[in-house]
Design a protein around this ligand. Structure first.
Ligand code: CP
Ligand code: NVA
Length: 304
């Protein structure tokens, strides 16, 4: 039976921990040469722009011995030129796997439903699981442990926040989420996170106050205030999110050795200041690098 990588909610805590271990080995070079993709072709089916996801997947596929075909927004026009099911069935006859970046989450779910090959979610409007797994790996790498660590997410209750919340709650990392009113995490994601937390022991806090979320935090995480597909809402969002900027004053309220994280791309001067982005506590480029190692672990797991 093929396995997809659509959301961390579909994976057990043990599987997530295994992926983190595998990432560590791959980054250390111990498993880097196992060519699990030798003779295989993976399609990158992207409806949206990308730097990190596209490049790290292309490089990772190459390093695992595979061939990559990039299918950008102008190529397949999924659901527009052809039904999702027809795209999925056709690509399953050529490819061995698909990495999809879609507008609606349902598109990636439907792709996986009809595909006979593994589908990896490279970001949808609801989730970004490759990012969250990378983020948790990066936190563990930085601190040497995940025990007694608190992650504070400040900003939009969006795809990046959703996946981080699911990942943390699954494996027992405490997480505080501060969003403006009307931009909270979706109810079903919160419900799943609460169920996960009951099992893992993770403590979760949801607040409208950034200052409350960052109190005692080991990590402050933020993301853009305007995600891809929300460009029409830019004016309103820039107003609403003003007091959610991660800056020196906010960082001061967290633990002394608190690190700053961002999935990137960042909008300097909006959700975060240059000073924090470029400061000594910023681990944003470790995060960006770790996308490569984590995704190689995901592909090794799915294509073993
Ligand atoms: N973080 C992330 O997914 O970056 P890209 O949008 O550049 O791929
Ligand atoms: N929330 C952002 C993440 C980009 C990696 C977006 O969806 O545009």
């Amino acid at each position: 039976m093929k396995r997809d990588f659509l959301a961390l909610q579909d994976f057990t805590p043990d599987e997530i921990l295994l992926l983190l271990e595998l990432t560590k080995k791959i980054k250390a070079g111990k498993k880097a040469t196992k060519p699990v993709l030798k003779g295989k072709s993976i399609g990158l089916l992207f409806q949206k722009s990308s730097n990190r996801t596209r490049v790290s997947f292309e490089v990772g596929i190459y390093q695992l011995g595979g061939n990559c075909i990039y299918l950008g927004p102008k190529e397949i026009k999924i659901g527009e030129r052809e039904a999702v099911s027809d795209v999925s069935n056709t690509l399953s006859r050529y490819l061995d796997g698909i990495v999809a970046r879609t507008y609606t989450h349902q598109t990636v779910v439907d792709l996986a439903k009809y595909a006979k090959i593994p589908v990896i979610n490279g970001l949808s409007d609801l989730t970004h699981p490759c990012q969250a797994l990378t983020d948790i790996f990066t936190i563990k790498e930085h601190f040497g442990t995940l025990k007694n660590k608190t992650v504070a997410y400040v900003g939009d209750g969006n795809n990046v926040c959703n996946s981080l919340l699911i990942g943390c709650s699954k494996i027992g990392i405490d997480m505080n989420v501060a969003t403006p009113k009307g931009y909270e995490v979706a109810t079903d994601i919160v419900d799943n996170a609460k169920k996960n937390a009951k099992k893992s022991g993770a403590k979760l806090l949801f607040t409208l106050l950034p200052e409350e979320a960052v109190k005692g935090a080991d990590v402050i995480y933020t993301d853009t205030w305007v995600s891809m597909g929300q460009e029409d809402e830019t004016k309103e969002r820039l107003k609403v999110f003003q007091s959610f900027q991660v800056n020196k004053n906010l960082m001061k309220l967290a633990q002394k050795n608190c690190v700053f994280m961002h999935c990137l791309p960042a909008h300097r001067g909006q959700e975060v200041t240059d000073e924090i982005m470029d400061g000594s506590n910023s681990i944003i480029f470790d995060q960006a690098e770790n996308r490569l190692h984590t995704q190689k672990a995901i592909m090794t797991f799915l294509f073993k």
